[in-house]
Write a protein that binds this ligand. Structure first.
Ligand code: EAX
Length: 344
């Protein structure tokens, strides 16, 4: 009896020891996502999707394609960026919300809708706050712009760099617009931004906030008479087909931050994050150059497409819209406005 008991006891010890040996080696436990980019394997491709609302011929698309190339190169082929144009992944507000929820990786949007997520962006929406690209770049790429971009971290979003949408001009289907009062009673589509709406209300127009994807149809059906966007968008989105008159107001400067979901960003290894940061800056400079080139070259094309182009006195427009500075001074901060205006 003792013999069989000792055989059983021995067998139990052998089995327990075997479990202990396997348990300690832990098998091939995968490192956490942080070291491998969230997919548990440092050799596997990291896929990122980026959405925007503009046409496939616009610099947003061309700049993002350059970004994708640069990221692939700088990550040794580990990161694949897929670009989706024409609101395929939603309108700008929906895509920003997607970053917050972690359901979308990246997006390239105008700053205007971001003011609804961090009101620090409102200063950029003041009419004529920037008098030149040089001044805009000094503010955006310097400490002021960086601080404002970093305010999105609390919203679950990482800002990588400010790309460019450009100086926005008014178009309409009704009549030539040269003076601010020419817009009296005109129904104009604006971005979803309270300073943009207040600026046009101040000159007697009737602003309607609307997602970009609905705009062409609204102009075609004359639900709205007017819209405002930079020349590259007016051309690449074919607004010349539904808008007869173009006024070179340049009333707002729209920067376009490239954004990534913080939830996604935090899973990426440090070297991949570095590759993305570098690519965002290099592609920014490429995209800004494309916008400037199109701004200069497409005006003649719009005239050939039949648009009647009016030069305006920008100071007259600034004076007419200036009440919005007082209206939003408390919310933005008089010191912030002065700081931005003071950068020459
Ligand atoms: O960011 O909505 C607009 O008019 C913007 O210019 C467009 O979404 C690009």
């Amino acid at each position: 009896m003792y013999r069989s008991q000792s055989i059983i006891a021995f067998a139990v010890i052998v089995v327990l020891t075997a479990f202990l040996i396997v348990g300690c080696s832990g098998g091939n436990s995968q490192p956490t996502g942080q070291e491998t980019g969230g997919n548990g394997d440092s050799t596997k491709t990291i896929n990122l999707k980026v959405g925007h609302v503009l046409a496939p011929t616009h610099p947003y698309q061309l700049g993002l394609e350059k970004f994708a190339e640069l990221v692939a190169e700088k990550s040794g082929g580990r990161v694949k960026v897929e670009v989706f144009h024409s609101s395929q992944l939603g309108n700008e507000r929906e895509m920003i919300e997607g970053l917050q929820m972690g359901t979308l990786d990246m997006t390239l949007v105008s700053t205007a809708p971001l003011a609804g997520f961090s009101n620090k962006f409102l200063v950029f929406d003041l009419p004529f706050i920037f008098q030149s690209r040089e001044q805009a770049y000094k503010v955006l790429d310097g400490p002021i712009g960086t601080e404002i971009l970093d305010s999105l971290k609390d919203q679950g979003i990482v800002g990588l760099a400010y790309w460019e949408n450009g100086f926005r001009n008014v178009t309409n289907s009704k009549r030539p617009v040269i003076h601010p009062e020419d817009m009296k009673g005109m129904k104009i589509r604006t971005m979803e931004n309270k300073i943009h709406m207040a600026s046009f209300k101040t000159i007697g127009a009737d602003p309607t906030p609307m997602a970009f994807g609905e705009l062409f149809t609204a102009l075609q059906q004359q639900t709205v008479d007017a819209q405002e966007n930079p020349i590259p968008i007016i051309y690449t989105s074919n607004f010349f087909e539904v808008q007869k008159y173009l006024s070179l107001t340049g009333h707002f400067y729209a920067a376009a931050p490239l954004l990534i979901s913080k939830a996604r960003w935090d899973t990426l290894p440090a070297d991949v994050q570095q590759a993305i940061k570098e690519a965002a800056i290099e592609a920014r400079d490429y995209e800004r150059e494309l916008i400037q080139k199109m701004d200069n070259e497409l005006l003649e094309e719009l005239k050939k497409k039949g648009m009647e182009v009016s030069e305006v006195d920008k100071n007259e427009w600034l004076k007419a819209m200036e009440p919005v500075y007082k209206q939003f001074e408390d919310e933005i901060g008089a010191d912030v406005i002065a700081k931005v205006r003071g950068v020459k």
